[in-house]
Structure formats: C-alpha cells, structure tokens
Design a protein around this ligand. Structure first.
Ligand code: HEM
Length: 185
C-alpha cells in the first residue's frame, strides 16, 4: 500500500527534519523564541496548503475542513504576542493532481504525530502557551490518521504512481528544512 511505501521511503527525510526541529526547540528560552520557531511552521504550512488546495476537494478528503491547519499556528503565534507580518521565505513542492497533493499533505498531517513530544520539550523549557497546533487532534489523532492514510492508499492504488508520490513527500520534507536553514543563517 502507498502509505507503507511512503513511510519507509521518507524515513531519512523525517529524521533529518526532526533533527533540525529539535535543535530549534532546544534553543527556545522565551515565548518570543518559540513564536519565531512557529513562524517557520506557519510560513511553510500556509504555502503548502495553498499549493494543494485546488486538488484537495471535499470529494477527495471529506473532513479536510475539520483538520488542523496553519490558521492554528497563526492563533498560537498571536497568543504568544507575535505576528505573522514578516515571514521567512517558503517554497512548496510542485503538485499537479490529487495524489501529489495528498503526498504533500501526508507530511503536514503526519507532523501531528511528533506534536506530543514537541509539547513535552516546550514544557521542559517553561513554555506552556501557544501549543494548540502541536496538540493536534488529541485522543482523536489515531482515528484522523487512519482516515487520512486510507484516502492516500485509495488514490495510490496503482503502484505505478508510487515513485512520484514518494518523491513529492520527500520534497515536502526537504523544502521545510530549507525554511529553517534560511532562517538560521
Ligand atoms: C521534534 C520533532 C519531531 C518528532 C519528535 C517526531 C516524532 C515522530 C514520531 C514518534 C512519529 C511516529 C508515530 C507513530 O508511528 O506512531 C512520527 C511520525 C511522523 N512524523 Fe514526525 N516528529 C517530529 C517532527 C516532524 C515534522 C516537523 C514533520 C513534518 C512536517 C513530521 C512528519 C511526520 C510524518 C509524516 C509521520 C508519519 C509517519 C507514518 O507513520 O507514515 N514529523 N514523528
């Protein structure tokens, strides 16, 4: 199934990005520092959401409107008394159809799985505000992930499409890394 294939073949890209994000979080000392990290998330998620929007119709993913999105990141930044007026540059992967859009969305939706670890790290540094985005779907996380991966598998029924889907997912990971790299120069 496509989900298994993408999971296995993006492991390295996930590990690399996780390392970058953990490093960023480890340097957080204040709400303002955390808001800066969130600005990277906002810039990228908002850009990818715009790129995939034409393809993720309610027919493709009926509960898309109920899913966590970059508006939650914006709300968190504002709770931390930050703004989204100036943002780092972010480039979305090129997507041309529903399957490619779902492959990019795989990376955004999957990031919810790391959320509890991120909230835990932040709490350790005394940060307790602005964590709605990383709290994901709470106890519904498993269910929401199951619904999403079933749709991904359905659109990726033809194994001939897998290579391109994996490439889009890997590009979605790596272009997010680019945002952090540019921001820390
Ligand atoms: C501190 C940073 C992060 C940590 C500690 C972390 C941790 C994890 C863990 C433990 C899982 C596995 C959950 C499970 O199998 O039950 C997971 C899955 C995943 N994470 Fe992360 N993650 C982090 C950041 C990110 C980011 C920034 C993204 C993407 C923007 C991301 C994308 C994904 C994806 C797509 C999966 C799903 C893999 C699959 O089952 O297909 N993660 N993460």
């Amino acid at each position: 199934m496509l989900h298994q294939n993408i999971k296995e073949n993006t492991k390295e890209a996930h590990q690399t990005l996780e390392g970058v994000v953990v490093r960023q979080l480890k340097s957080v000392r204040s709400n303002a520092d955390y808001a800066d990290v969130l600005k990277n998330f906002y810039a990228y998620f908002n850009t990818v959401e715009k790129a995939i929007a034409p393809f993720i119709t309610s027919e493709v993913l009926p509960d898309y409107a109920e899913r966590r999105n970059s508006s939650h990141i914006k709300a968190d930044i504002e709770e931390l008394r930050g703004t989204t007026d100036t943002l780092p540059e972010a480039v979305a992967p090129q997507v041309n159809n529903a399957l490619e859009a779902l492959s990019a969305l795989y990376v955004l939706e999957g990031s919810i799985m790391g959320g509890p670890y991120i909230v835990q790290m932040l709490n350790k540094y005394g940060i307790t505000q602005g964590t709605s985005f990383f709290s994901g779907y709470g106890e519904d996380t498993g269910k929401m992930w199951g619904v999403f991966t079933a749709v991904l598998n359905k659109y990726g029924e033809d194994p001939a499409t897998h290579e391109r889907a994996v490439a889009v997912a890997n590009e979605t990971f790596s272009r997010f890394g680019d945002v952090f790299a540019a921001a820390t120069v």
